[in-house]
Design a protein around this ligand. Structure first.
Ligand code: ZN
Ligand code: ZN
Length: 217
């Protein structure tokens, strides 16, 4: 199983259109913050989306609407300029996450999650998603689980290993409905990641299933 480690086109278009729930947006923004490649793709998506909307406004329901849209896209060449360079700031929390958890991953109010891992549930104004930080000791797996919906995971510290795929700081994993997996922290040190889901996980362990309402996962 190999992932792209970047945001999919579908998510990026929805993000630029402003139609993602707060939790998903937060994960996409956190990845974009450190990924010049996706910043360039996001500008292209915004430019295509804007041109199509303009053309649709001008020619609603007319037979030539599609060709007008395509012409408008030609008239708005994709921006391929320099990626946005942001000055480094103190602390290890990416800017989009700071108003939720502050500047440092070491001052988060961690709570136990099972025997090894810790979590911090991030409150949002969004009832569609659950947003949390996970802190996993070096070399330790998270409990094996399956997904009924989408899961976005962005690595903030260390490495997340999923089968033979390794995700470094800033990289994003998109896990889809039906995925069953057991990611683990890399051997070199603890892994902290931002994890956003829209449906309760399906744990293999009956004990974890019992504790799910308490753990809010
Ligand atoms: Zn990217
Ligand atoms: Zn998962």
């Amino acid at each position: 199983m190999t992932h792209s480690h970047h945001v999919s086109d579908e998510l990026l278009l929805s993000y630029e259109a402003g139609s993602l729930a707060e939790g998903w947006s937060l994960a996409v923004a956190t990845h974009l913050h450190s990924c010049p490649e996706c910043q360039t793709r996001a500008r292209a998506a915004a430019s295509i989306g804007g041109a199509m909307l303009e053309a649709i406004d001008i020619a609603p329901l007319r037979a030539g609407a599609l060709s007008a849209a395509l012409k408008a896209i030609d008239a708005h060449p994709l921006e391929t300029g320099e990626s946005v360079r942001r000055p480094p700031v103190a602390g290890d929390v990416p800017a989009p996450l700071r108003r939720y958890i502050g500047p440092s991953l070491d001052t988060v109010a961690w709570r136990k999650l099972g025997t090894m891992a810790q979590q911090f549930v991030i409150p949002t104004g969004d009832s569609e998603t659950s947003v949390r930080l996970l802190r996993i000791p070096a070399g330790t797996p998270v409990p094996e689980h399956g997904h009924r919906g989408l899961e976005l995971t962005v690595v903030l510290r260390g490495t997340l290993v999923d089968e033979d795929d390794r995700f470094a700081v800033g990289e994003i994993e998109e896990g889809y409905d039906g995925l069953e997996h057991q990611p683990r922290a890399g051997e070199e040190g603890e892994c902290i990641c931002l994890a956003v889901t829209d449906a309760p996980l399906r744990f293999k362990s009956p004990l974890l299933r019992l504790l799910q309402p308490i753990l809010k996962i």
